[in-house]
Design a protein around this ligand. Structure first.
Ligand code: ZN
Length: 355
């Protein structure tokens, strides 16, 4: 949802939204999927929109849910699963042929930040809306900490990395041409994703020693991941849980062995911790620069029923259950923009201009 021209965002989509035109479009693909990353917790004030822009305000989240309730058919994750699995030969015959109503939408939320339990769940419950939460296997532990790449952002912002923390340059990836702070950080995230998980953890400890410990962050609800007790509370409240790797690396930069482990063991660990099948997977970052055909194959081989992207388009095969597009909602997403993306109009316009 980032590449929206100001003309579309501020003129075209509001006009189409007001006129009701967007309500008359039936999205193709059978079911729209919307993706969140949590809500801004109460009493949290942002001083850097770069990462916080992935969360939405609670009042905006409620407004979007109410829009979906009145303009779409919100599907339960279990029904979505039955729908994607209907062509599997071994699937229960009673479920075969199951169709979703027109203008169906599934609500998902990635990463498993603790605010999904404290601030997002109460809104979902009061609106009577189910959600599929795709979380990392860090949430199967008692002390999950933060997402490492978000912590790295905070650490690098507190103090630039020194020579001892720099990772070796990678010839296959040119250094960022305009090294803004965000570009330097992302380049470091990509290099660190090439490390196996154990080596990356050791390297993060060195970075913490150098930059200062940011674990005592201003807002635990903003940054910390759900622990296992909290994840069980979310599941116990009727929400569905899927997997999002073990450690959230850029999968395409991992060795095949590491990528397989990230995808497969997160499923196994979560099934063990929750005692229920984990059938859905979301690729970390979920865009063409962070994953490719190898990751689709590994997700299929791991036994998931489907896997979600974090973009609205992927190739030409729109029926592949391992490349399910999603509308990524950010803090600056307006309601008309939300409606235009969900209707499929935005993706169609992008395809038309070859974007
Ligand atoms: Zn994620």
């Amino acid at each position: 949802m980032r590449l929206v021209s100001p003309l579309l965002k501020h003129a075209v989509y509001p006009a189409l939204h007001r006129s009701g035109c967007l309500d008359r479009i039936t999205p193709t693909g059978g079911c729209s999927v919307v993706n969140y990353h949590g809500v801004i917790p109460a009493n949290y004030s942002s001083d850097d929109i770069f990462l916080d822009g992935n969360l939405v305000r609670p009042d905006i989240f409620r407004q979007q849910l109410q829009f979906l309730k009145s303009h779409y058919h919100i599907v339960h994750p279990d029904h979505f699963r039955a729908w994607v699995e209907q062509d599997k030969p071994e699937h229960d015959k009673r479920e075969q042929g199951k169709q979703l109503p027109p203008r169906s939408v599934l609500i998902t939320c990635d990463d498993g930040l603790v605010n999904t339990l404290t601030d997002m769940l109460p809104i979902l419950q009061s609106e009577g809306v189910p959600c599929l939460f795709l979380v990392t296997a860090a949430s199967c532990s008692d002390n999950p900490g933060m997402l490492w790449y978000e912590e790295l952002y905070q650490l690098m912002r507190a103090k630039p990395l020194g020579p001892d923390q720099q990772l070796p340059p990678d010839e296959t990836e040119p250094s960022p041409s305009s090294p803004s702070f965000q570009a330097q950080w992302w380049s470091t995230v990509r290099k660190a994703s090439r490390l196996d998980a154990k080596t990356r953890t050791a390297w993060m400890n060195k970075v913490r020693d150098h930059c200062g410990n940011t674990r005592a962050l201003r807002s635990e609800k903003r940054w910390r991941l759900l622990n296992i007790a909290e994840l069980k509370q979310l599941a116990g409240a009727g929400m569905s849980i899927g997997a999002h790797t073990l450690t959230h690396p850029v999968l395409s930069l991992c060795s095949e062995e590491e990528a397989r482990r990230e995808i497969q063991e997160s499923k196994i660990n979560m099934e063990h911790a929750l005692g229920t099948p984990v059938w859905a997977f979301a690729y970390p970052f979920g865009n063409p620069s962070t994953m490719g055909d190898r990751e689709l194959r590994l997700a299929r081989e791991a036994g998931y029923a489907c896997a979600f992207l974090n973009v609205e388009q992927w190739g030409s095969d729109r029926s592949n259950p391992f490349t399910i597009p999603r509308t990524h909602v950010t803090s600056d997403t307006t309601l008309p923009e939300f409606a235009a993306h969900l209707s499929g109009l935005h993706a169609r316009l992008q395809r038309a201009v070859g974007a």
